[in-house]
Design a protein around this ligand. Structure first.
Ligand SMILES: NC(=O)c1ccc[n+]([C@@H]2O[C@H](COP(=O)([O-])OP(=O)(O)OC[C@H]3O[C@@H](n4cnc5c(N)ncnc54)[C@H](O)[C@@H]3O)[C@@H](O)[C@H]2O)c1
Length: 376
């Protein structure tokens, strides 16, 4: 069986999540490629120590150029703060490695374009992380839309909500500062999770009107002082898409302060003939709407119908680590040419289109008006 050797740059929250998914790769049933985590780079010694638990890791370094000089490494997953994306992603590509990038794919639109263009110039395989669409519920939403059975579309709503920032006494970190998160704030943090499915279904906004909120403007700096918390907490984008000959409203919400939510990813698509909705708040549940004499919202219990089959029983329920594993399986399958008709990871063009939308949202907020995206 072919084995791909993977390196991780950034062994924090997401780096370890990816390591954990690779650690149970054998759970994928009849999957034709092996993936081995062989090298890790982080600045923190305690995180490099953590990776001692992973027996296949042969290189631990604080210098990402050392990892990139490792001839054994074929593919690199990078999960570092956003201000480092462009430099490290370009270093990965120029070292001749393929890249699974993290969102938002550069700190801003210009950086995203530079990464996409360099990947194209060098012919490297690059995708961007967004795992929720690989859960069975979102897959069923995609299937329902593609079946055409929803009829003429009335509206689309998608969002990603959490409340990690609801406590104003929570100390600042890099995700809450423009210099390291990006001017688009919560959109940089959560936006690509929300655009992935709509963009893949062909719904690219023609225009956007944005409502951006920054409620918590200062936070403890962790050293007894206070620091400016200058990123957007919440963003609601009212967009128009054109699946047919008429514009259709599509609302995209990203919130870091949404009372009662922990990690809620949702999508709802309504048409004249039917509707469908899914939220990770009810992770097993798919809602479908139909009408005859009456109107019905029908609830279906989903099992483990993931895009790539695993040894888990069909009635068991998947969660976040399974979504990460399925996303990695899709990345490898696409790189190796056996994705087939399955859903794929975010492409560089989709990441750039997302950043263009977020940049237009900033402009909309600044001007207080609707911003047209045609040609962007
Ligand atoms: N897909 C998802 O669901 C998801 C969730 C959270 C974060 N993210 C994304 O993942 C990325 C990282 O976020 P995180 O939550 O893991 O952050 P984190 O702060 O937990 O981890 C980032 C790690 O990068 C390391 N680092 C910083 N500079 C480095 C350098 N020069 N070389 C090597 N390592 C360096 C830090 O020491 C830290 O351990 C971001 O792009 C973020 O948007 C994605």
């Amino acid at each position: 069986m072919k084995t791909i050797k993977l390196g991780i740059i950034g062994g924090g929250l997401m780096g370890r999540e990816v390591a954990s998914a690779l650690g149970r790769w054998f759970a994928l049933d009849e999957y034709p490629v092996q993936v081995e985590l062989v090298a890790v780079c982080d600045l923190k010694e305690e995180l490099l120590d953590w990776f001692r638990k992973v027996p296949t890791v042969r290189q631990r370094t604080r210098d990402h150029t050392e990892l990139l000089a490792n001839a054994e490494v074929d593919v690199v997953y990078v999960a570092v703060p956003h201000d480092l994306h462009e430099r490290i992603y370009l270093d990965v590509l120029r070292a001749g490695k393929d890249l699974l990038a993290e969102k938002p794919f550069g700190i801003d639109l210009r950086a995203a374009e530079a990464i996409r263009d360099e990947a194209a110039r060098l012919g490297r395989f690059v995708r961007c992380s967004s795992e929720f669409p690989f859960l069975p519920g979102p897959q069923r939403v995609v299937e329902a839309v593609r079946s055409g059975k929803l009829g003429d579309l009335l509206g689309i709503r998608a969002g990603f909500l959490h409340s990690s920032d609801i406590d104003p006494r929570k100390p600042i970190n890099w995700k809450r500062q423009v210099k390291s998160c990006g001017e688009t704030g919560v959109m940089a943090d959560l936006g690509i999770h929300v655009t992935h499915v709509p963009f893949r279904l062909g719904w690219k906004p023609e225009s956007v009107f944005a409502q951006l909120v920054n409620i918590v403007r200062e936070r403890p700096d962790g050293n007894g002082g206070v620091a400016a918390c200058d990123t957007w907490d919440n963003a609601i984008l009212h967009t128009a898409v054109r699946p047919g000959d008429q514009p259709v409203p599509m609302t995209l919400e990203t919130k870091r302060i949404a009372p009662g939510e922990t990690n809620t990813w949702y999508i709802e698509v309504a048409g004249m003939e039917g509707a469908v909705r899914y939220s990770t708040k009810e992770p097993k549940t798919l809602w479908t709407f139909r009408r005859d004499g009456e109107q019905w919202w029908q609830k279906t219990d989903l099992g483990f119908q993931t895009p790539f089959r695993t040894i888990s029983g069909g009635i068991f329920e998947p969660g976040f680590p399974d979504a990460i594993m399925q996303m990695l399986a899709a990345f490898v399958a696409e790189r190796e040419g056996f994705l087939g008709g399955r859903f794929g990871c975010v492409t560089p063009d989709e990441a750039v289109a997302s950043q263009a939308l977020f940049a237009a949202a900033l402009e909309s907020h600044r001007t207080g008006g609707v911003v047209t995206l045609a040609g962007r």
